[in-house]
Ligand binder design. Structure first.
Ligand SMILES: Nc1ncnc2c1ncn2[C@@H]1O[C@H](COP(=O)(O)OP(=O)(O)OP(=O)(O)O)[C@@H](O)[C@H]1O
Length: 356
């Protein structure tokens, strides 16, 4: 496993600020290991994104967390309470500590917005006046003031998801699970829903675990990201670090759509032979990326280099730079040593005969 921060190997003691703690969780379906030894901690107030290809085990992980699926082995603690050995009746109060939002909202079409939002409280036996007051508070919080009496069919997709979020928050959960909650929404509505989730995360200090196949979603709101591949965690760390310098092949491939890539017409010209110009991928992020990298390179690299593609992005207020640079083939190693001295990571992508 590549890890950018502390290793998530299980420790015996459960820390109070850990809302979720998984240790060596395994779940197999026939020959498929859906979860193959997952150890993961989510701290209180943290916004964790989980990404992975289709079939990586993301939904199985969520289903294990809310008790819908039982792991074959391993431990799952929610707010310090082990849930793997619990029966259905004992699981119920724990499930109330977990709110859930879905891709297709899962609203009851014959119920109004306020009835949908208040439903978990009705199940808990709250008196009507109290649950409607709580629903009104939440409807306000998610920006749906005036829509309490509307039916789901009268709402847009974004508004329906706001109802879903309000309902998930009704019983004041410790953890919100989001399974592809923005996948059915257009980009503008997605941004609005993500802003709402981030606001709730900040305002209420709510712990959020979000599963998505949209890398942009993780990039814009998660604090930390975990990458699952074939039931295993292959990489994790602060979002800016993982997005700046992905280590696992799966992560590189998942992020290829949102990180600058070498233009296709240059990629087509790449050869393995050391000839002409070397094409280098240069990654620099965090404090190192705010230094005068190019000024230093220009001062100390007399052979000359050409910037052919790339730029600087900002993730979690950290500068994340990815550049493609062409240098004379014979000078590539010296360039890499120099750039690495200034905190960059350099990869030789290949060579082009003549000029790229
Ligand atoms: N009930 C089941 N019976 C048999 N196989 C299952 C079952 N649930 C999951 N699997 C298998 O376990 C693996 C992980 O599935 P899971 O749904 O957790 O992946 P995922 O990462 O959520 O995928 P997706 O992004 O497509 O939803 C897959 O190979 C899947 O086919």
């Amino acid at each position: 496993m590549n890890t950018h921060v502390t290793s998530q190997v299980a420790e015996p003691a459960v820390r109070e600020d850990d809302v979720v703690r998984l240790a060596d969780v395994r779940r197999r379906f026939g020959a498929t290991a859906a979860l193959d030894g997952v150890s993961l901690t989510v701290r209180r107030g943290e916004f964790l994104g989980i990404i992975g290809r289709s079939g990586a085990g993301k939904s199985t992980l969520i289903r294990c967390l809310n008790g819908l699926e039982r792991p074959d082995s391993g431990s799952i603690a929610i707010e310090g309470r082990e849930i793997t050995g619990l029966g259905e009746a004992e699981l119920q109060p724990l499930r109330r500590r977990i709110g859930m939002i879905f891709q297709h909202f899962n609203l009851l079409s014959a119920k109004t917005v306020e009835e949908n939002v208040a439903l978990p409280l009705k199940i808990e036996g709250w008196p009507k006046a109290k649950r409607l007051a709580r629903a009104a508070e939440l409807i306000d919080l998610v920006g749906l003031k005036g829509k309490a009496k509307a039916y789901p069919s009268e709402l847009s997709g974004g508004q329906k998801q706001r109802v879903g979020i309000a309902r998930a928050l009704a019983a004041s959960p410790a953890l919100l699970l989001s399974d592809e909650a923005t996948s059915a929404l257009d980009p503008e509505t997605t941004r609005a829903i993500l802003t709402l989730l981030k606001d709730i995360n900040r305002k209420l200090g709510l712990t959020i675990l979000l599963i998505t196949h949209e890398m942009e979603v993780v990039r814009s709101i998660a604090d930390r990201v975990t990458v699952l591949d074939a039931g295993r965690i292959v990489e994790e760390g602060p979002v800016w670090q993982v997005f700046a310098t992905p280590q696992a092949q799966t992560t590189k491939s998942l992020l290829s759509g949102i990180r600058p890539q070498l233009p296709a017409h240059i990629t087509q010209k790449l050869v393995a032979d050391v000839t002409g110009e070397a094409i280098l991928g240069v990654d620099i992020a965090g404090p190192a990326a705010t230094g005068p990298l190019f000024q230093q390179l220009s001062a100390e690299f007399p052979d000359g280099y050409r910037l052919i593609h790339g730029g600087v992005d900002h993730i979690q207020e950290q500068a994340v730079g990815r550049f493609f640079i062409a240098v004379p083939a014979e000078a590539a190693a010296r360039f890499a040593t120099l750039a690495e001295r200034f905190g960059a990571q350099v990869e030789v992508l290949g060579h082009v005969a003549g000029h790229a």
